[in-house]
Design a protein around this ligand. Structure first.
Ligand SMILES: Cc1cc2nc3c(=O)[nH]c(=O)nc-3n(C[C@H](O)[C@H](O)[C@H](O)COP(=O)(O)OP(=O)(O)OC[C@H]3O[C@@H](n4cnc5c(N)ncnc54)[C@H](O)[C@@H]3O)c2cc1C
Length: 443
């Protein structure tokens, strides 16, 4: 990309574009040096990996990342990289421990903070990047242009929305989730709750000094937020989070940007839009009709094993064993509740095209009616299934458990610290843990 915007915001080259291939993911893994990562990861232009879109969509697993890095560098639980991979697994552990997947869309614990009513919609000035607070407006521009944000920028946006602008965390979480290429319900919605304090012991607050510390040196002016409402002491900001209402937008330099559109609205519109997008990327099958699926299937070998590939499990096709019929599935009704941007769909559809024989877009409930499928079809479940896929696919076939990197606690750990302690108690030596994880995947 290296557009004027990328230069203006100081976005490192490897965080400007994300090619949806396994090779691209492996090239990122090969570039990791754990000591450099640990030293620089907090900075917006630090050596972060940019692996999250690949992990979220199951193009690569945490085990594959850790094992590949461990071939070149000795890794332990003390390594910052391992620690951060642990955060991802912690959020998934918390999600999988809730009785219903949708439970994480509500407060995990009561929020004992400001007593007023938080807004249910994100104000237009935030959506359009014209709050007058440079670090927020720049982050919104980066998000829309690339589908990616550094962890610090995500924390700043979430904290600003909740504690300064008194927007309910759920409204902010749904919006960010929609635009990220790596949008992951567990990591995203639970991080917002962590910032809000409904999944942590205190609210996460940041100030202009903190922004100045981590802003890219080459683009300081675009981020640094002196003389705005966030330019205050932590004591003053804590007081504000607890007692004042929305601090409002401030006069700023930006006119604002247009928010990219989502693929949502009605069921028919979604099908039309996504079918159009799908055809740009794939000449393969894309329909809502069971009849055409049956016709198409009759041209295939009848005893082939069927693998259903969904957007969170887009692993490489294996070349070993019996030939398998791979069908990509997109369960349309689920994506109307929590819509995604066209950018994210383009990433997903391009990947699907490369790894499946056909793409099914529609109501998976109809697919379940296809005779002879229940029981025969195998679903790759790299991560907990999202948004209505779990129930439907679970009805059709036996879901395979997601492979884990860390030893799993038996009960819900309410904090990352507890989760990480328990993981280490389960297996003290990280190298040995990796060897065991590899072995279990080979069996
Ligand atoms: C408000 C908010 C929303 C977030 N939403 C998402 C989301 O939708 N999807 C998502 O994958 N992550 C999310 N994160 C976590 C984190 O910001 C991203 O995983 C990370 O910035 C991705 O960039 P990277 O791959 O370059 O990270 P790196 O620093 O290179 O880390 C490598 C991998 O470790 C994991 N990781 C690192 N930091 C965290 C963290 N704090 N929490 C969980 N996992 C982590 C990710 O899988 C990441 O890809 C969110 C964080 C916040 C504060």
């Amino acid at each position: 990309m290296n557009s004027p915007l990328a230069q203006q915001l100081g976005i490192p080259t490897h965080l400007q574009q994300f090619e949806p291939t396994k090779q691209a993911a492996l090239a990122r893994v090969a570039a990791i040096t754990p000591s450099t990562y640990a030293r620089t990861r907090n900075a917006l232009d630090g050596a972060v990996t940019g692996l999250s879109p690949y992990l979220t969509h199951g193009i690569l697993s945490l085990n594959e990342v850790a094992s590949a890095v461990a071939q070149k560098h000795r890794l332990s639980y003390e390594d910052k990289l391992v620690f951060e991979l642990g955060w991802r697994e912690f959020f998934h552990h918390a999600w999988e421990s809730t009785p219903q997947p949708s439970d994480i869309l509500k407060n995990m614990r009561p929020m004992n903070l400001w007593q007023g009513k938080y807004a249910e919609a994100l104000p237009a000035d935030i959506r359009e990047g014209r709050t007058g607070v440079p670090c927020i407006d720049s982050a919104v521009r980066q998000l829309y242009a690339t589908g990616y944000l550094h962890n610090h920028a995500r924390m700043w946006i979430a904290s600003y929305c909740i504690h300064f602008r008194k927007v309910h965390w759920r409204a902010g979480a749904d919006w960010l989730y929609a635009h990220l290429l790596d949008g992951d319900l567990a990591s995203n919605h639970l991080s917002w709750q962590w910032v809000a304090s409904s999944f942590s012991s205190k609210p996460y607050l940041f100030n202009a000094e903190n922004v100045g510390k981590y802003a890219p040196q080459s683009a300081f002016k675009a981020w640094v937020s002196r003389k705005t409402k966030i330019d205050d002491s932590y004591e003053a900001l804590d007081e504000m989070a607890r007692s004042s209402g929305d601090v409002g937008a401030e006069p700023g330099e930006h006119e604002g940007v247009q928010e990219p559109s989502m693929l949502d609205s009605t069921h028919e519109d979604f099908l039309k839009q996504i079918s159009l997008l799908a055809r740009i990327h794939t000449e393969k099958f894309a329909t809502n009709s069971v009849v055409s699926l049956l016709q198409w299937r009759s041209t295939q070998t009848p005893d082939q094993t069927i693998e259903l590939v969904h957007p969170w499990a887009m692993s490489e096709r294996t070349t070993q064993g019996k030939p398998t019929l791979r069908i990509g599935i997109i369960h349309a009704p689920a994506h109307q509740k929590l819509p995604w941007s066209a950018k994210r769909w383009a990433f997903v559809l391009q990947r699907m095209q490369d790894i499946v024989d056909a793409v099914w877009i529609g109501d998976v409930g109809k697919l379940a009616l296809v005779q002879g499928w229940p029981g025969r079809a195998k679903v790759i479940s790299q991560a907990t299934l999202h948004e209505g896929y779990r129930e439907l696919l679970g009805r059709m076939t036996q879901l395979q458990p997601s492979p884990k990197l860390f030893a799993q606690p038996t009960k819900l750990c309410g904090s990352f610290t507890k989760f990480y302690e328990q993981a280490q108690r389960g297996e003290r030596d990280f190298q040995r843990l990796l060897a065991l994880a590899q072995q279990s995947q080979l069996l």
